[in-house]
Design a protein around this ligand. Structure first.
Ligand code: ZN
Length: 210
């Protein structure tokens, strides 16, 4: 096992569409082991193969308590088969050191994938829990999409990126998600205490990197 170099925002290969894994070979298993080691080393909750320079449809997540035992989930050739609801998610990415911003995500997702033994499984994550958001974040990496493409406020995102000397949001990459934005705004209007809670969490925590 070895720790791999994590590619940073601005590198063209992060924007490429990744290829399906044909066979979960020994080579793929070794790559997954290295990805897990790299993710834990970087204190991340998720890592996608393109982030370590391999444009293959693989990602790993571990949203378990960092103080408890590890609980990695490996997704090979994942497909999101159901998604619904909308939520504000405050996200960072291992390819964007230190930069966090508010993005739009679905609240509930169901994903089908192959595990490390090449066996199919289905995973559901509801209510906007970290797993639901991490799955969407990592899945995007396989299509060359990045969390900032979902930003709720381009100016806020650009300010954060500039602070860390990262290139600005690419306007033509921004995803039109007005329906998600409308639902988030409506939710926030009816649940001001949730907005306050999130604000506090953002201020207090370092948040998790993906
Ligand atoms: Zn990421």
């Amino acid at each position: 096992m070895s720790i791999l170099k994590i590619i940073e925002y601005g590198t063209p290969s992060l924007r490429e569409k990744s290829k399906e894994v044909i066979k979960v070979s020994k080579k793929i298993k070794n790559l997954v082991s290295d990805m897990l080691e790299t993710m834990y080393h970087a204190n991340g909750v998720g890592l996608a193969a393109p982030q370590v320079g391999q444009n293959l449809r693989i990602f790993v997540v571990d949203v378990s308590d960092p103080k408890g035992p590890i609980d990695p989930i490996v997704f090979i050739n994942p497909k999101i088969i159901k998604k619904s609801g909308a939520i504000n998610s405050y996200e960072g990415c291992l390819s964007f050191p230190q930069a966090y911003t508010n993005v739009r995500r679905y609240k509930n997702v169901m994903v089908k994938a192959l595990d490390i033994n090449g066996r199919p499984f289905v995973k559901e994550a509801r209510d906007g829990i970290l797993l639901a958001r991490a799955i969407q974040h990592e899945f995007d990496h396989l299509d060359g999409k990045l969390f900032i493409d979902h930003c709720r406020n381009r100016f806020e995102a650009n300010n954060v990126l500039a602070k860390y000397n990262l290139p600005p949001v690419e306007e033509d990459r921004l995803i039109d998600e007005q329906f998600l934005e409308d639902e988030i705004v409506e939710y926030e209007k009816n649940h001001p205490e949730e907005v306050e809670k999130l604000k506090k969490e953002i201020e207090e925590s370092e948040n998790s990197k993906q």
